[in-house]
Design a protein around this ligand. Sequence first.
Ligand code: HEM
Ligand code: NAG
Ligand code: NAG
Length: 677
Amino acid sequence: MRLTPLVTLLGVFLAWATYKIYAGFRSNIAKARKTGYPVLITPIYPLSPLWLTTRHFLLPILTRLLPERLYASYVFVMTPDWEYHPSPRSHFTRLGSDTFVVASWNGLACYTSDAAVISQVMSRREAFPKDTRQYGILEIFGSNVVTTEGQVWRMHRKVTSASFNERNAGHTFREAVRQTRGMVGGWFSSSSSSSSSSSSSGSQEEGTGRREGDVEDMTGIITTLEHDTMRWALNIIGYVGFGLKLLWPHESMPKDMDPKLAKYGSLQPPYGYSMTFADSLATVLERIVILLLIPSAVLKRIPERWGSWGSKLHEAWEAKVNYSKYMNAFLAEKVQDIRAGVQEREGMNIMGQLVRSKYDPSSSEKNDGATMKLEDSEIMGNAFIMTLAGHETTANVIHFAIVELAMHPEVQRRVQRDIDAIFGRDSDPETWDYEKSINALLASYIGAVINETLRLIPPVVVTPKRVADTDQWVQDGGQRHPMPAMMPVMPVISAVQRSRRYWPALHDKTTKKGDTDDLDEWHPDRWYLPSMSQGQPSSDDEKGEGKQQQEENYGGYQGTDTSPTLFRPVRGSFIPFSDGARSCLGRRIAMVEMVAAIAVLFQKYSVELAVDASDEEVQMMVPEQRRHVYAKAQEKAKETVQQAQSVVTLKLTGGRHVPVRFVRRGKERFMGNEASC
Ligand code: HEM
Ligand SMILES: *[C@@H]1O[C@H](CO)[C@@H](O)[C@H](O)[C@H]1NC(C)=O
Ligand SMILES: *[C@@H]1O[C@H](CO)[C@@H](O)[C@H](O)[C@H]1NC(C)=O
């Protein structure tokens, strides 16, 4: 009989829980229906933190245990990466709507690939603030411009945006040229130093039968493209964020290097450190998920000898400790310099500028009080977040652009024609003039290659927003859709950028395998089609207007980088850098880095996919046979790119890679027109 109270309590609890769930469903389904968009009812809320951390492991179990008809209609929103896999558009197409709402008992979420809805959400910041609940964890080194909202964000944005001006974009252009040459130098030096270079894992004959002199014409098979472009972007961000000149392993330190900076730019860990600055930063960025999930106090105690995971976790902690020490030293030295009246070196240096704006009394005319409020931890938080925001994103776009160019040799010819026209085939990239050439570069086929890569494989797939604390609405055609307070709203970048509503198709072809939507294909030619008129202004038209409307300038590049004859996407349909007040602060810098890299690479070289044949075999082939081996490599590369996953950014994971080779121009073996030559 003593059990009775317990049983009663349990009964009451169950009744209460059932009621809570029932009432939650009722209210959320009603709110979702009121929006006028299709509603998916899910038993588990797909954005719940508990689900997000356990779904990788729970989803396969649940789908095995339960009959398919119970979950078939909504399981996709429960699946990691559904915004990209297997096709970004299929779910919107199936639901017959570019916007839908998910309702569960404990939450709502709206997903949209409708350009009109997206542009409203992105331009009305007060009505649709950033959903910063999903970002708090990115504050490991201090709060910053990415993770905050409201007044605090305004201050961060104001202080940090001072660095993003045209002068610094020019400095970044020159550094990007230098770093790209460093990257190519590494590929050619490793292929000439030994015939079986570390990167060649492909065909066995590789290098063995190669004659002297050929070595210079072609690199070995590069399997490390993703790693190398990451290092490329890291070295540039080291410059953008900290004013450093980071080196490639085969480079040596310039004699005029400032000894203080040498500590950070060194290829060996300096005294007191166990990692170089670049490695500590690279490791922190690479292991960011571990550092976000496991507290330092725990990580610190995990012994290295616990197998590969032990050393991975330990290394993450070691990197964090070393990186923090570098940051503290950097801050202290900078403050010392300022106190001693040392003049600032020419160049971009976000962290240096933040320190200066706080500690330099002589720069006080720029201080309108806002800068004084930045804590040291916020300076470090911002410096760190710039590296996080600007590193993988840029690296992945360049990585995929090179891979797509390798898959499309004929596009390389167009790119090279434009580079020759802008810079000349034999000019020295160190002499390239940023101001004279940047707009031509951005409006050329090189710009189209970058745009098309950003359209098809955007590094940031979703930018989470939410409805403000009070109910809002969006206008869609002639209709008003109520949006309930606090509901997360997710613009799905990957999906709107492939929508037939906003993008013209080049060729509407049907392949042997069935329907291939032209918009799932990479064709830079698309950027030369006439613009579609939707009765909506294009993204570029509205930039000027938007500026006046907002009456406030949120920093970052405001101008256009376009020519009127190019394709102009409808506003909200091309948003790789987001849009509105919270759009990417580094957009201009990123575009500048990326076009510089393509220009340097393709002025003197072409890229080929590694084929399944030795160099000698290729030499003996007739054009038709070459076309055939290349087509096989193209197919394989395409499959690999489709396996990209969004882990922080969209990229190839789990050791997947597309092997390529760089060859000197004029020495190409696959020109894209083998059959006809
Ligand atoms: C191809 C390269 C890049 C892409 C595709 C990209 C994309 C984006 C996107 C989509 C956002 C909005 C994120 C959100 O709302 O959740 C964003 C924000 C931001 N990005 Fe980038 N980004 C790139 C490069 C860079 C670079 C090089 C930097 C800095 C050096 C940078 C700095 C920032 C910052 C500071 C923000 C936050 C702005 C704010 O919230 O006010 N990004 N970026
Ligand atoms: C870097 O990490 C190592 C290993 O944890 C540690 O012994 C060393 O003190 C760290 N260096 C600095 C400067 O904190
Ligand atoms: C790339 O996209 C931007 C943004 O819409 C546009 O202004 C620019 O003209 C495009 N560049 C090219 C070469 O198509």
